[in-house]
Design a protein around this ligand. Structure first.
Ligand code: C2E
Length: 931
């Protein structure tokens, strides 16, 4: 909660609530008092009003009493009681002259006929229908009428009737007098009434006889309160009430019955006063009291509001601000509140002391961090660096500003960053709230700002708080230790003279290699090498020279097995067994020829002279070879076998290698014979070319020949190419041989052309090594040019096997494009045996696909082979290529291929490969395909 902002749960609100609770009784008492006051005022007003009603009633009753007394006195007079009408008339005539109060006085007989009156009214007048007459007869006592118009005077009057009895008590006559109602009015006018008060006198029907003030307005009209009052008066003599008038004003009214005996008729007085006026004073007092109270309370609230701020909130604000700054790491924050004895001042003082202790503690820990020999790095939950010490700067080469806010992975080599992020996530996922002590040690390569890497040991700890999760890493550079360990390990596993792996490491690696070879179904070869003539050098030139020679030999062996060698591999290993003995491990061997090649290279390398300190030294090597798993399956036996084989090599005249088994040695023998013979075959002119026709299936015409090399060995006769081409390929002899074939074939074709024979294409095979030789394009161009072949005459086609073109695809495309540009047709040999990438096939500028003869051989009997052949035809045609099938031997095979729409054929069915002269005959005959 931010202080200063008002909230209902804040300190200020609570204080205000307390104040409100404190003033509430005061407010309640004031209101209660005001209500009381008002009650008293009402009671007093009611009392006054009723008193006024009584007073008016009393005054008005005088009129009636006076008139009744007059009438009763008259009734006792004999002239009135039973005198003749004339006598009666004499008595009454002029009786009220000059008296405003009465309009008349008269006597009626028992039937209501007028006998005499004061006005001496002439003629017969009957009042038997008048209520006052009938009531007087009926009640036999004085009766006062309601307001009415006098029949004789025509004035508004109130009549009082008095029955007159004879001795028997029978009503003989009725005396009456009519009172001028102005009499009542007159009496009212004398009253001095309070403001708003109205006094009315009403007859039995509630008709207003007199009123003060505003008499004219209401006289003769029905008082709206009359029914209410009459109802109450039927039971009581007087009363009080409150009612709202038609004008919307609420009035207090008091009423009083004028006559004691209701049977004598009913007149009553009513006094009304508007309640507003009555309660105005008490209301004013109440409003004043409430106003004063409100102002006082408001003042108290204002004082409380600001008082809370000054006395409490400012101190609390200072405390909170300081606490926040400390939470943000600013330990210099203090409340700066004056000393005091109150609780808040005491709290502030305790707080400041605590802050001071924290600051000291922080400074101490900062100092410890700065002087610690380890790089301390603190990172947050998103892996961003939030703190680093001086040692971090020294160790990583960044200054702190560069590191803060960066991902911690900037300190990790790029290749390890992704893994580091994963491990960081895993470490954080296991975090529990609180402190995880430093301790989890890890080893990791770190990266300096300049990109260099170094090994580190990292101790990890973490802190999980409400403010977040932090990982603390203490990083130590362990380069020296690692170097030392590596050195020790190297010393233990390497020969100190040559730095080659020693016997121990060789055994170790051999054990792993054997397991690996079994899994991958490859061969291993262990070569045991012993120098021939080393002892002489040691004896004659001394150990120093011997040592130097051994170092040189180690280097040459290493260079021989260098990484880019065609046969040698990365994981091949040379070790020094001791003295002049070396062991070599060759891995991933699939053909024995590879071992032979390497052994030959080693022999050649060792036998080259060494010049050490201007001394020329000659040594050779004897090598024994054993093959795992053929010869044996355990390390000791393998090494013993190789050693034994090495002795055979020594016995065999040194400077040679021997396999442990006789069968292997026979293979080596044959191969070496071929290789040696082949070296001279070219010079001796022992190589010849045979040509095999290629025929267009649709026309049956011979359209090309394939040049196939043969070795006419002086002793062994004609040797087929698959016996010597692989040896030539491995030894590199294929390059000069291939060039000879190309040149010979081009010349032969030109010779046939010169003879005027039908034009045919000459197809020549290119081996892998030939295809990759740097001067291939020059060699081809030169061969065509020297032979005089027209590049645009479709005279030369080069056949490259599928496996060759599918290696180094981009290089292949480039070479093929260049050959194509030279006007050479291109064909893919043995198609279907490799794994062609069809997308690349599209990009090769080739003309022909040659279905391998392994599919053609069983095409009529094996549905799979037929399907493959048919697919190749369809695929080739979709790529606009011509398809040739090789190895076609039967009419059935040809028929099927024709059905498949294969374009060309080559095979014994048409012709075997022939010498040039024989082929010339075919051309001359223009031999065609039958069927
Ligand atoms: N069973 C049977 N075989 C048939 C039939 N028709 C042809 N052949 C044989 O099939 C081979 C076709 O040659 P290739 O696939 O290029 O296979 C060639 C080629 O890869 C390689 N070769 C031959 N001459 C040369 C050359 O001058 N240079 C290179 N680099 N390799 C060559 O030696 C391989 C074998 O050549 P050759 O022994 O001459 O064997 C030839 C040929 O005599 C038949 O109907 N039935």
């Amino acid at each position: 909660m931010a202080l200063g902002k008002f909230t209902f749960s804040g300190v200020r609100a609570r204080v205000l609530l307390l104040v409100a609770l404190a003033v509430a009784p005061w407010l309640a008492i004031t209101i209660y008092h005001a209500i009381e006051e008002r009650g008293v005022a009402i009671d007093a007003a009611q009392e006054n009003t009723l008193r006024l009603a009584r007073l008016v009633s009393f005054e008005q009753r005088e009129t009636i009493t006076h008139s009744s007394a007059l009438l009763q006195a008259l009734s006792t007079l004999p002239e009135i009681k039973n005198g003749a009408p004339t006598v009666c008339q004499q008595r009454l005539s002029g009786m009220f002259e000059g008296d405003q109060h009465y309009t008349n006085i008269g006597v009626l007989d028992a039937r209501g006929t007028l006998l005499c009156d004061a006005l001496a009214t002439q003629g017969s007048h009957w009042f038997g229908d008048r209520d006052w007459f009938q009531q007087a007869l009926k009640t036999r006592q004085l009766f006062i009428s309601s307001l009415m118009i006098g029949r004789i005077t025509g004035k508004t009057v109130l009549v009082i009737a008095q029955p007159i009895f004879n001795e028997n008590g029978t009503v003989m006559r009725v005396a009456w007098t009519s009172i001028n109602i102005e009499w009542f009015q007159h009496a009212l006018k004398q009253l001095n009434l309070p403001e708003g008060t109205t006094v009315s006198v009403m007859d039995v029907n509630g008709i207003i006889m007199a009123q003060h003030p505003d008499v004219e307005k209401y006289i003769g009209k029905l008082n709206p309160l009359a029914p209410l009052v009459q109802g109450i008066l039927a039971q009581k003599k007087e009363g009080l009430g409150r009612a709202k008038g038609a004008d919307g004003i609420t009035r207090l009214f008091a009423y009083h019955r004028l006559l004691e005996n209701p049977k004598m008729g009913s007149i009553y007085v009513s006094v009304t006063t508007p309640t507003d006026i009555l309660f105005a004073k008490s209301g004013r007092v109440f409003a004043r009291d409430l106003g004063i109270l409100g102002l006082t309370i408001a003042l108290i609230f204002i004082l409380t509001w600001f008082g809370t701020d000054i006395l409490v909130l400012r101190k609390m604000k200072a405390l909170i601000q300081s606490a926040k700054r400390i939470a943000q790491g600013d330990f210099s924050a203090r409340t700066q509140l004056a000393q005091g004895t109150d609780e808040l001042s005491e709290l502030a003082s305790v707080f400041d002391n605590m802050a001071q202790s924290l600051e000291l503690l922080f400074q101490q820990s900062q100092h410890i961090m700065e002087v610690t020999p380890e790089a301390i790095i603190v990172s947050n939950s998103s892996g961003k660096i939030v703190m680093a010490n001086a040692q971090t700067e020294r160790l990583f080469g960044y200054n702190r500003d560069e590191m803060i806010g960066q991902a911690i992975e900037i300190l990790v080599p790029e290749r390890l960053r992704a893994g580091h992020t994963v491990h960081r996530g895993a470490y954080m996922a296991t975090a529990a709230p609180g402190v995880r002590a430093m301790g989890e040690r890890r080893e990791l390569f770190a990266r300096r700002k300049d990109g260099t890497e170094f090994p580190t040991e990292i101790s990890l700890g973490s802190l999980k708080t409400e403010n977040g999760y932090f990982v603390i890493s203490a990083v130590r550079d362990v380069s020296e230790r690692k170097q030392f360990e590596t050195q020790i390990l190297h010393q233990a596993t390497h020969d100190s003279l040559t730095s080659l792996p020693n016997r121990i490491l060789f055994h170790d690696i051999l054990a792993h290699a054997m397991a690996h070879a079994l899994r991958t179904e490859k061969l291993l070869a262990v070569l045991f090498l012993d120098l021939d003539g080393f002892k002489n050098i040691n004896d004659n030139l001394g150990h120093e020279y011997g040592d130097m020679l051994l170092k040189e030999i180690a280097q040459r062996l290493t260079a021989t097995l260098r990484k880019d060698d065609l046969v040698a591999r990365d994981d091949d290993l040379i070790a020094r067994q001791g003295g002049d003995e070396f062991t070599i491990l060759l891995q991933g061997i699939s053909v024995v020829d590879n071992i032979i090649q390497i052994a030959e290279k080693i022999l050649a390398a060792v036998s080259r002279p060494f010049i050490v300190d201007s001394h020329e030294m000659h040594v050779t090597a004897s090598i024994g070879i054993t093959i795992f798993p053929f010869d044996d399956t355990d390390i000791q036996s393998l090494l013993r076998n190789a050693d034994t084989a090495m002795y055979h090599a020594k016995e065999n005249g040194k400077n040679n290698f021997q396999f442990y088994t006789a069968a292997m040695n026979a293979v080596v023998h044959d191969r070496m014979e071929i290789e040696n013979g082949l070296r001279h075959a070219l010079a001796k002119g022992e190589l010849v070319l045979h040509y095999q026709p290629q025929v267009d299936i649709a026309s049956g015409k011979m359209i090309a020949v394939e040049a196939l090399v043969r070795w006419a060995h002086p002793e062994k006769g004609l040797i087929p190419p698959d016996k010597f081409i692989p040896v030539a390929e491995e030894s590199g002899l294929i390059v000069p041989i291939g060039e000879w074939v190309l040149r010979t074939a081009c010349r032969q074709n030109k010779a046939w052309q010169n003879m005027g024979l039908p034009h045919i294409r000459m197809a020549v095979n290119l081996s892998a090594r030939q295809f990759r030789q740097p001067h291939l394009l020059t060699v081809v161009a030169k061969a065509m040019e020297d032979a005089g072949l027209d590049p645009n005459s479709d005279s030369l086609e080069l056949e490259v096997t599928e496996s060759v073109v599918m290696k180094d695809l981009e290089g292949t495309i480039s070479t093929l494009n260049k050959l194509h540009a030279m006007g050479v047709r291109l064909s893919i040999d043995d198609f279907g045996t490799g794994y062609s990438s069809l997308s690349y096939l599209k990009r090769f500028p080739i003309n022909t696909l040659k279905i391998d003869q392994s599919f053609v051989r069983d095409i009529t009997t094996d549905a799979d082979d037929a399907a493959i052949a048919s697919t190749i035809v369809t695929l080739g045609h979709s790529l606009k290529l011509r398809i040739i099938a090789e190895g076609v031997e039967t009419a059935q095979q040809l028929a099927l291929l024709r059905e498949m729409k294969c374009d060309e054929m080559q095979g014994y069915y048409f012709s075997k490969p022939l010498e040039a002269a024989e082929l010339e005959k075919l051309l001359r005959e223009e031999r065609r395909l039958s069927g």
